[in-house]
Write a protein that binds this ligand. Sequence first.
Ligand SMILES: Nc1ncnc2c1ncn2[C@@H]1O[C@H](COP(=O)(O)OP(=O)(O)OP(=O)(O)O)[C@@H](O)[C@H]1O
Ligand SMILES: [Mg+2]
Length: 507
Amino acid sequence: MKMQNTYHQPSKLVVSKPINPSIKSNFHIPCHFFDFLPDMSFVLSCDFEILHSNLSAAHFFGKPADEILHSNFIDVIPKALQSKFTDAFQRAFKNVEYLSIETIFLSSIGIETPVQLFISPFSNNHTQPSNCFVFARDISKQKEKELDLVRFANVAEYTVNPLEITDVDGKIIYVNPAFERSSGYSREELIGKNPNIFSSHKHSKSFWKNMWNSIAQGKVWIGEVQNRKKSGQLFYTELLVSPIVDGNGKLVGYFGIHRDKTEEKKLEQQLIHAQKMESIGLLAAGLAHEVGNPLTSISSLVQVIQRTSVDEFTNQKLELIKSQTNRISRIIRDLVNFSRRSTYELQSTEINKILKSAIEIARVSKKAKGIKIEERYSDKVPQLFLVPDQVQQVFINILINAIDAMCVDASLGKYFKTPAVINVQSKFENGSVNVLIQDNGVGISEDSLPRLFDPFFTTKKIGEGTGLGLWVSYNIVKSFQGEILVESEEGEGTTFILKFPINSDSK
Ligand SMILES: Nc1ncnc2c1ncn2[C@@H]1O[C@H](COP(=O)(O)OP(=O)(O)OP(=O)(O)O)[C@@H](O)[C@H]1O
Ligand SMILES: [Mg+2]
């Protein structure tokens, strides 16, 4: 860059004279040499008097060099920073060493400019230094860039959006704290890894190929992705991937910014599920009605024929028909009971009491013999307006499922884990009564989990389960504006959490 100067012509050789011969050393330097420097340069006496300054300094301070000469260097530094400069200056003198510090220069109209000072004491006659070169570099642009970097670094560090940066080979070189929180991996675990460490394997090869094709062409790619956390849980994000190009247009890496959609997705799935349950409920009620009537006719006819027939073979087959129609009747009764639930009356209900009675009933079953049921009741649980029989039915369904999940062979006293324990707990939290029923049974597979509350979904042998228990329970709890949540790990056990919100009539 060409310096503009209106004050000083550097063409002739200028040799400075000692300014105050009593304290200054002989100072003979071809000073025009410094006028070619883009940085400001000064020669100072040991008491900060400016013995020389170059063109850049004149330009910076907007004064001819003559006016700068003999002034005190300290005056161009703001008061608050003067002692930092004098300390460094004196140290450089004392130790005869080169020092560099950052400070600020004040222009004649009070504008502050950050500068980097290079302080170098020297002597002309090989004795203790008596003068000092001070070079000053305007670092305001560098400081602005640093500030920009600090701003961007802060945005990256504090944004709630998970952010990752990779090199050109796709290896992770940066993740922000939001990314660590979402993925469950620490920064150290991710640096150097390929982002496919999060792969849920739920996307096709062409999905990722499409992404790479886009970004390789310098385009931004946006898509919805399903990833897997370190814990194995899925997390959904909207991902934007963009190439990073340097000042020369060279590709130096990629950055990916995620918008966490896990909660959104959960709500969406809950909504779809609730809608599905509602329509299934309507269908089931209609079906129960349609099937119930002809079934009653079949049962009555079977009884009539049984009474009149003496043929043993016929009677045997009729008995079989009877047992099968009874089974259908039981299923129909469940459906009908549920579809008629509005006739039940709401009563002030003590959840703890209902829970205790449900446990008593569940304990009676043969399978429960070797199972320990640990109960913890909170005495803070308020009374809720519910239908006690229905709530009891929900607890029994879930307890029986837990017992089934723990039992391998009850007659041999064989359980999935020993000791086989069911933990039951009631709590009053955040305005709702929560009941936890936790077992250490087989657990539920990831594939079964989304279908758990579907009617007729069962993993039990034919005749052992109809798959209506949880469907009925779900609908009962929903009818009281409650929630059923399930947490399960295959091979470890299952926890059902039932939440009953406190209603206006609760005491
Ligand atoms: N605590 C549990 N541990 C493991 N699996 C469970 C648990 N609770 C429910 N399940 C699974 O959910 C399925 C559905 O349960 P649901 O109660 O609806 O039907 P079911 O128990 O099979 O039959 P039923 O209609 O007799 O209750 C079960 O077959 C089982 O696979
Ligand atoms: Mg069941």
